[in-house]
Design a protein around this ligand. Structure first.
Ligand code: TXA
Ligand code: MG
Length: 429
C-alpha cells in the first residue's frame, strides 16, 4: 500500500490512462462479511444533514463510513438496487469496485452525492447548470435519476469516467444511502453490488449470496423500493434535448410531464429521446459508456427465454401456440430423465400462469414468481430482479419471462428482460 501511495504521489493517476491505474490485489483476500441491519425509518434529513434515532443504525452507518474512509468497499441499499460503494475521488478505493465485481475497466461508474453542495464541489469551475437540469433536479432529486455532467479530470479520477469527458451523477433518495454519503462527507462511486453480468441485487441477501468473502460490510436496509436501476440521461448535447441512455426508475412519461409543466415557456422545450426506441447511434452503440450495450447483463446462471405474448411477430415469423412451445420444453425433460424445473416470471393476472398449470407436473415442476398486476408496471419493476435471483437460488433448470407493455416502468423492465434473455419466442395464448 505504501509503495502504491508513493507511486500515486509521483504519478497523478487522474491523468493516467485507465490501463495504467494500479489495481489493489483484493481478489486474493478473504474478508469476513458482516451484514449490519439498518432501519431506513430511523433516519431523518433536515436540510442535508441526517439525524439517526436508532443506535443500531447509527453504529452500522458509522462503521460503514469508517470502512469507506479506509479505502475499502461497502455494499448499501439505495432506492433502486443495492450499490457497491467506494470513495469516488480516490482511484485506489474505486479500483476495488472493479476487481470485486470483475467489471471491465472501460465501463464508467455513477458518482453518488448527498447534497447539491457536494455536487457543486465536483463539477468543473465556472460550469453553469442548464435550466433543464435545474428542473429535473428539482423534481427527481433525491431519486432514481442519473445525469451526465462535464467532467474535470483534475477532480474526477479517470477510472470513474473511463477517461470519457462526462461523469454520471445522482443523489439517491434512500435514507441509508444518503446518510452514508453525508456521514462520510465525500462522493461515493457505486455500481450495482453484483458480479458483472448478473442481475442487480435488490435485497441484502442477494449481495451476500454473490459477494460474501469479498468485502467486510453489507448494510441491510430491507428490499429496494424501485427494484431497477436509475434512469441515465444525457442532456449535454448541443440541441438541448434529453437522451435517455438507460431507462430506469424515473419514467420517460415523468420526464416529459415535468418538461411540459415547467418549460412550456421556453422557445423550444427539450424533447426526450430514448436510445434504440427513438434513435440509433452506431458510434455510441460500440462504446461501453452506453449503458448495457457492450457487455452481458442481468443474466442468471440458467437459460432465460422471453415469451412474447403482446407484440406482433415480423410477418415471416411464425406464432407458436403455447402447446407447441410446451412440447419442446417437455422433450427437454425427457432427455433429462427427471422433471424439468422451470421458473416462470409473469404478471399475476396473465392467462399464461393458468395455461401452464394445466400441463402435467410429472414432466415439469413449475415455480411461479408473480410480477404484480399488468396495470402496475412499477410492481413488476420492483419484483423482476428479485424473481430472477430467487429462481436462480432455487436451482431451476430454466426461466421463462413473459413480455409486458413497454410503457411507464414497463420500458425499463423490458430493457432489462431483453438483455437477460438468451432467446425469445412469439406465443399465442
Ligand atoms: O440505480 C443505479 O443507477 C445503481 C445504484 C447503485 O445507484 N447503480 C448502477 O450502476 O446501476 P451501474 O454501474 O450498474 O450502471 C451505471 C451505468 C453503466 O451502464 C454506465 O455505462 C453508465 O451508467 N454510465 C456511467 N457513467 C457514464 C458516462 N459518463 N456516460 C454514459 N454512461 C455512463
Ligand atoms: Mg449494474
Amino acid at each position: 500500500m505504501h509503495r502504491l501511495r508513493t507511486f500515486l504521489r509521483n504519478n497523478d493517476p487522474r491523468i493516467l490512462p485507465v490501463s495504467h491505474i494500479p489495481r489493489p490485489r483484493t481478489t486474493a483476500m478473504i474478508y469476513t462479511t458482516r451484514v449490519l441491519k439498518c432501519d431506513p425509518d430511523s433516519v431523518m434529513f433536515s436540510s442535508d444533514h441526517p439525524t439517526i434515532v436508532s443506535s443500531e443504525t447509527r453504529e452500522a452507518l458509522q462503521r460503514a463510513s469508517e470502512e469507506l474512509r479506509s479505502l475499502q468497499i461497502v455494499a448499501f441499499p439505495t432506492e433502486t438496487v443495492y450499490g457497491l460503494g467506494a470513495l469516488a475521488l480516490d482511484p485506489i478505493a474505486t479500483a476495488r469496485i472493479f476487481s470485486t465485481k470483475g467489471r471491465p475497466p472501460d465501463n464508467p461508474l455513477i458518482v453518488h452525492v448527498s447534497s447539491r453542495e457536494m455536487l457543486l464541489k465536483i463539477l468543473p469551475k465556472g460550469y453553469a447548470i442548464s435550466r433543464t437540469y435545474e428542473v429535473l433536479m428539482k423534481h427527481f432529486w433525491p431519486g432514481p435519476l442519473t445525469l451526465l455532467f462535464p467532467s474535470d479530470s483534475s477532480i474526477i479520477p479517470s477510472i470513474i469516467t473511463a477517461s470519457q469527458p462526462t461523469v454520471a451523477i445522482r443523489i439517491p433518495s434512500h435514507p441509508i444511502a444518503r446518510a452514508l454519503i453525508a456521514l462520510t462527507d465525500a462522493p461515493v462511486a457505486a455500481p450495482s453490488a453484483n458480479t458483472s453480468g448478473k442481475p442487480s441485487p435488490t435485497r441484502a441477501e442477494h449481495v451476500f449470496n454473490d459477494l460474501q468473502g469479498k468485502l467486510n460490510i453489507i448494510l441491510d436496509g430491507g428490499p429496494c423500493g424501485v427494484g431497477l436501476e436509475s434512469t441515465v440521461v444525457d442532456g449535454l448535447q448541443e440541441d438541448g434535448n434529453l437522451r435517455v441512455l438507460r431507462p430506469g426508475g424515473v419514467t420517460v412519461e415523468d420526464l416529459e410531464r415535468v418538461i411540459r409543466e415547467e418549460l412550456f415557456d421556453s422557445v423550444s422545450p427539450p424533447k426526450v429521446f430514448v436510445h434504440r426506441r427513438d434513435y440509433r447511434d452506431e458510434i455510441i452503440e460500440q462504446a461501453p459508456t452506453t449503458p448495457g450495450m457492450k457487455y452481458r447483463h442481468y443474466s442468471p446462471s440458467v437459460p432465460v427465454t422471453l415469451l412474447l405474448t403482446r407484440s406482433r411477430p415480423p410477418s415471416e415469423m411464425q406464432l407458436s401456440s403455447i402447446d407447441v412451445f410446451l412440447k419442446t420444453i417437455q422433450s427437454d425433460a425427457h432427455a433429462l430423465g427427471r422433471p424439468l424445473r422451470v421458473g416462470v416470471l409473469a404478471p399475476s393476472d396473465s392467462p399464461l400462469l393458468d395455461r401452464l398449470s394445466a400441463v402435467s407436473t410429472q414432466t415439469i415442476e413449475w415455480t411461479r414468481h408473480p410480477l404484480g398486476p399488468m396495470a402496475e408496471p412499477a410492481v413488476t419493476a420492483q419484483r423482476l430482479f428479485d424473481g430472477l435471483l430467487s429462481l436462480d437460488e432455487a436451482k431451476v433448470d430454466r426461466i421463462l419471462i413473459e413480455e409486458i407493455e413497454e410503457e411507464r416502468e414497463g420500458l425499463a423492465v423490458m430493457n432489462r428482460v431483453k438483455k437477460a434473455a438468451g432467446d425469445s419466442v412469439w406465443i399465442k395464448l
